[in-house]
Design a protein around this ligand. Structure first.
Ligand SMILES: *Cc1c(COP(=O)(O)O)cnc(C)c1O
Length: 465
């Protein structure tokens, strides 16, 4: 399988190369040249498979010749062995034809574990085979950093440096990062905000002279193709479990960078019968505003009760734009250049193609809290704020009671206690029993000045020779 850039000016790569690459050199994002297709008979067969077996069948065509089947199978088994539910991604019923897909049974209690558990193993496998080492660097406001650390801590060919804003992540999120004491894991608590951390990562990718000669720098943010690939699986798994081989299902997806819901879009393009994909945003609703008005325009960042969806622009949306513009890289390069200058309107045909698949809703903090309270009243099920936005949008956009609706529950409520308590829940929602010791475990992190040179000097000192 080959991967091409959404801006049409970069060389095509195979899976191994795309795994080790972030943005394409022309500024675009890599997408598969074609998609594997599953027909009705194959879907019926896939519907019988346990999660790991299904994951193997879905991912093999994307991996192509880069990794042998037996080795990919082992990595998948290892990735999901640490999930605390035998179904890996269980469905819970909320109402008539209304389901939640619980994606928070992994080690950091959020859906990012699905992709990052596998990504760490894939990277370690290909780097070891090449006899190379690499440095992973990332900025986090919480979920991505902890999932990356949990996914990469056993990877002997990687040194991992995760920057978080000092004293600005929740205690649970911090401890999920800082209690991993592996020698190759380094937590830097930067005396600044998340944007400062992100800017330092960006600058480090632009000028890599602080790294040892020949050492590769790898990003683990959601523009990495392997993350998207791993997320396609649970759309098939849940859709087929609810009979999608015979009747289409709809998904409501709490959306930030558009990585997760883009995976759902790909599942539908691969043959999974999907009726609607619902983009659920918080007050940072650039995508909802686009769908309402065909106006793609930035707005200032708002800090919400669902911080993992606080974005200004959804980086993966370019991958969808590429498709709805007939995969014309020149058109996307031109569109993104105009967007850099201000706002853009899509051509009517491209906009219509988006409307054919997607609905959207924007859910502010008040509605988020009200939804947590409503669902608790109805069924004594405690939602986290991100999942609550998904439920709100699903109920808002639902077209008929016959529509089978699956909302992705992207995090465990114990991770985001503030919203839950605002919704009237009487206490700090308890962590799952297996995480009970988190609050007592030893922590290790380095507080560093909000200064690029200081961060890079720390890294240079700690990168394995
Ligand atoms: C990252 C995250 C999201 C948003 O996912 P995207 O792929 O960026 O759209 C939603 N909910 C939670 C809990 C997250 O951690």
């Amino acid at each position: 399988m080959n991967y091409i850039s959404t801006r049409g000016q970069a060389p095509a790569l195979d899976f191994e190369e795309v795994l080790l690459t972030g943005l394409a050199p022309d500024g675009g994002l890599y997408v598969p040249e074609s998609l594997p297709q599953f027909d009705e008979a194959e879907l019926k067969e896939l519907a019988r498979l346990p999660y790991n077996e299904l994951a193997l069948r879905i991912m093999l065509p994307f991996v192509g010749d880069s990794i042998a089947e037996a080795e990919l199978r082992t990595m998948i088994d290892d990735s999901y062995a640490g999930f605390r539910h035998p179904a890996v991604a269980p469905l819970v019923q909320l109402g008539h034809n209304e389901w939640l897909l619980e994606l928070f049974h992994g080690p950091t209690l959020a859906f990012k574990d699905f992709a990052l558990q596998l990504l760490g193993r894939l990277l370690d496998f290909v780097l070891t085979r090449r006899g190379e080492r690499a440095v992973v660097m990332g900025a986090t406001s919480g979920d991505t950093g902890s999932a990356a650390i949990q996914g990469c801590q056993h990877c002997s060919s990687l040194d991992l440096f995760i920057l978080h804003p000092h004293q600005r992540v929740s205690e649970v999120q911090r401890r999920q990062m800082t209690t991993v004491l592996a020698d190759n894991v380094h937590n830097l608590a930067v005396q600044g905000n998340f944007d400062d951390c992100q800017a330092m990562v960006k600058d480090s990718f632009a000028d890599q002279s602080f790294l040892p000669e020949g050492r590769r720098l790898i990003a683990v943010n959601s523009i990495n193709w392997a993350r998207i690939m791993a997320q396609i699986v649970y759309y098939f798994y849940s859709g087929l479990a609810l009979g999608a081989a015979g009747r289409p299902v709809s998904f409501s997806v709490p959306t930030g960078n558009f990585g997760d819901i883009y995976a759902g879009y790909l599942a539908s393009r691969m043959g999974l019968p999907v009726e609607r994909l619902i983009i659920a945003t918080n007050a940072n609703d650039i995508l909802h505003r686009l769908l309402e008005q065909n106006r793609y325009a930035r707005q200032d960042l708002q800090h919400t009760l669902s911080p993992s969806m606080d974005i200004v622009v959804s980086s993966n949306f370019e991958r969808l734009l590429f498709d709805v513009h007939g995969r014309d890289g020149a058109a996307i390069a031109e569109l993104m250049a105009r967007f850099q200058q201000g706002e853009v309107t899509l051509d009517p045909q491209a906009f219509e193609r988006i409307q054919q698949c997607f609905d959207s809703a924007s859910c502010g903090d008040a509605a988020t809290v009200a939804t947590i309270a409503e669902v608790w009243r109805e069924s004594e099920y405690l939602l986290d704020p991100h999942s609550a936005i998904g439920v709100y949008a699903g109920r808002h956009c639902r077209r008929s009671p016959g529509q089978v609706l699956i909302t992705l529950a992207t995090a465990h409520p114990a991770k985001f206690a503030e919203a839950v308590i605002q919704a009237g829940y009487p206490e700090q929602p308890p962590l799952p029993a297996h995480m009970g010791a988190l609050m007592e475990r030893e922590e290790r992190f380095e507080v560093v000045a909000n200064d690029l040179a200081a961060v890079q000097q720390f890294m240079a000192r700690h990168i394995t020779a």
